[in-house]
Ligand binder design. Sequence first.
Ligand SMILES: Cc1ncc(COP(=O)(O)O)c(C=O)c1O
Length: 405
Amino acid sequence: MPPVPLDISPLIDPALFDMPPRTLWLSHCKDGPITRASGDVVRSLLQSELQPWALRWQEDFLDVQQRLRSLGAALLNVAVDDMSLATCTSSGLEAVALGFPWNAGDDVVIPAGEFPSNRLPWLALARRGVHCSEVPLWDGQLATPRQPPRPGIAPEQRLLDAITARTRVMAVSWVRFQDGLRLDLEALGHGCRQRGVHLVVDGIQGAGTMVPVLDHVSAFATGGHKGLLGMQGQGLLWTEPGFRQQLMPLGTWLSGPAVFSQSGRQEEHASHWSSDGRYLEAGSPSIVSCAALAESIKVLLAVGGPPRLQSHIGQLQRLLLETLASHEAWSDDATRLLGLLEARRMGPTLCFDLPADKANALLEAGLAQGIDASTREGFLRTAWHGWHGSDDVQRCAAWLTGSAA
Ligand SMILES: Cc1ncc(COP(=O)(O)O)c(C=O)c1O
């Protein structure tokens, strides 16, 4: 690997956010900041809520939705007709879980330790006689004390090996929320397709920062409020067209196959539902949230989209880990994470494996310095994005090693 540059400028201008210089926000894995442009568009649309006579049906309602579908499609590198507006990750996954044509006795495979958004919708299917198998991704994942993921693990193979003749769907987090591990969607999707199984993805911890390969994936659901820099309560769902047609339609008045007529009657058509992504959209979305997410996605695309962001973030992560590797107390874990990074197994969040008391003490020390990170299941999470640069890495390293001024 070529040496990582020591001086890395932010890819996204930090001035596009309302972020005070003292704040180092390493928590988009919890909640991403919206851009100032998103704030402006929300304020302007709120004005039309105060004065509905000023609201333009096409420009301020239908076009806002279509713009978000188009920008979402550009970001994921998929066809716009396959995008649906969804409230959040959970609602996208529920559209799939509840709408899939199950038979009693079918099986779903998910990794052990999933976030509840990608666990409970599948466990709920027990009422329809569908079993959910939860598969550990590496030795020691569920041990006490638990082992973190290390270079050399093969989580995709573990999942594929758990498929049986009864498996219809596999559902995974692309990037795991607690340890930051990124699964290889291309390899997993390919293996699933070969076995006649649909791969469904909870994409929220990687969307906006990492490049998704959806060639063999059937559905990809994400909330918009983390790496996509939108507001809570607005997300996106992508579905492969053949798979979508197998699902129960959720669409109602805005998802007719032809333009809805405001007289309250839909045009006659062979099908009640549009065949595009609106097939899975129920009723009026939150227009302010759609507009905010669209503006933020524009910012991500303007700097080169996920390919540029992923490589920028990878450089920052390498700089941080190489700096930490020379400190005795951090060297083992930094080396573990460097190995995962080199194996292309890291999402945007570096999750350090620390004793709980040390992680909590660091969190508190960070807050006192204006640095906001988070902990989950004993991992200290630092999430990297396009507005970070090498100065932020140095600040983070000084905080972690206790050498901050
Ligand atoms: C892996 C994962 N999935 C889903 C969510 C959130 O789900 P939703 O968008 O439904 O609120 C989170 C939030 O932390 C998450 O980490």
